[in-house]
Design a protein around this ligand. Structure first.
Ligand SMILES: Nc1nc2c(ncn2[C@@H]2O[C@H](COP(=O)(O)OP(=O)(O)O)[C@@H](O)[C@H]2O)c(=O)[nH]1
Ligand SMILES: [Mg+2]
Ligand SMILES: [Zn+2]
Length: 342
């Protein structure tokens, strides 16, 4: 997994030869100022968080260690996917505890707010490159508005979305595929009775992919098919507690031959309170292209005169599903606007 660990080389991790070269240079600052504070720190990726305990996979493939956060880092915290430096006991001996002293700058951050009016961000996963949006074709029924929210969250976080439609043994998926055809994102279909995972493995190769979706859609079943050693609990979800009997409720990164897949069982919804208004429209790539023909100050909402989206609906160029997507976009923009006003 060492390809994942490419911290920016800066003052924090000069190696000995760097220090020596500068020490010979008369103009250089005193050597002590450039010496790394913790040159012996171990580097790894956070793969699970359980209250204040962090499970970290070491970058040299020498195993997992348990760590706590140094006091200075406790406010900012760390999440699954963070690349961290640790000191202390980095063995995996019983009871060994390392200390995280540095969190590398995040390349991406998937966040959510509790609801659209709550602008407090909660970090979910750092450094992911893709968001795999899982929806069942039946049981439970697909919720296209929820998929739209996930798409907006992916776009906002800078992740490549992938749509994965499960349970295709139960119903025909062509209508749903058609609904999102204008988006130009990869779509894969799966069924647990004949799991063919080649295409998904190809999409996941070299990537850090976060799996999201309503509970019961088959996320854990899919991850188990992809990584048989993951052995995630699957099954019915208790209607009262919202939790499966043995279903774990925490975010977890699972190593692939080349990359990671991250299951997010506890994450039920993405509020979009933190998403920028303009970014919402851009996440609907097909509609964004049409909206370029709008009047310059167009809000694209229902009451805006001469909105090109309305023209496209009237002309029938978007089709039935396009009209539904405009409606979905407008609802999301409406709630984002209300959040902005607060
Ligand atoms: N018919 C059918 N059932 C599935 C399929 N995938 C998963 N399931 C079932 O759906 C239920 C929920 O699956 P699970 O993986 O726990 O969903 P999660 O909550 O998204 O992790 C389980 O009873 C699975 O056996 C599928 O492709 N076809
Ligand atoms: Mg699950
Ligand atoms: Zn418009």
């Amino acid at each position: 997994m060492s390809w994942l660990f490419e911290p920016e080389r800066g003052a924090h991790d000069l190696d000995e030869s760097d220090v020596r070269i500068r020490a010979n240079n008369k103009k250089s600052k005193p050597r002590t100022k450039q010496r790394p504070e913790h040159s012996d720190a171990a580097l790894g990726m956070v793969i699970a968080v359980d209250r204040a305990r962090y499970k970290v996979l070491l970058n040299d493939d020498s195993g997992e260690v348990t760590a706590t956060l140094a006091k200075e880092l406790r406010n900012a915290g760390a999440v699954v996917g963070d690349i961290v430096s640790m000191v202390g006991d980095v063995s995996n001996a019983d009871g060994a505890l390392a200390r995280i002293i540095r969190v590398e700058e995040r390349k991406t951050l998937l966040r959510r707010s509790a609801d659209d009016s709550d602008q407090v961000e909660r970090a979910i996963v750092a450094n992911a490159t893709q968001l795999m949006i899982v929806t069942a074709i039946a049981n439970p029924e697909p919720r296209t508005r929820l998929i739209d929210r996930y798409l907006a969250a992916a776009f906002d976080a800078g992740l490549q979305p992938i749509l994965c439609i499960t349970k295709t043994d139960l119903a025909d998926a062509s209508e749903l595929v058609e609904h999102f055809a204008g988006l130009d994102i990869p779509v894969v279909l799966t069924r647990s009775d004949s799991p063919s995972t080649d295409k998904i493995h190809e999409l996941l190769d070299g990537q850090i992919t976060v799996v999201v979706g309503h509970s019961g859609v088959g996320k854990s079943t899919l991850v188990n098919a992809l990584v048989p050693t993951a052995m995630l609990a699957t099954g019915n979800v208790n209607a009262v507690t919202g939790r499966g009997r043995h279903t774990s409720s925490s975010v977890r990164a699972i190593a692939l031959p080349n990359g990671f897949i991250i299951d997010t069982p506890g994450v039920r919804s993405f509020g979009l309170g933190h998403v920028k208004f303009e970014n919402l429209l851009k996440s609907f790539a097909d509609l964004w292209a049409i909206a370029k023909d709008c009047p310059r100050d167009c809000s694209h909402l229902l009451a805006s005169p001469d909105c090109a989206l309305d023209d496209a609906i009237a002309a029938g160029t978007l089709g039935q599903s396009g009209a539904m997507r405009v409606d979905s976009l407008r609802r999301l923009m409406d709630s984002a606007l209300k959040a902005d006003e607060k």
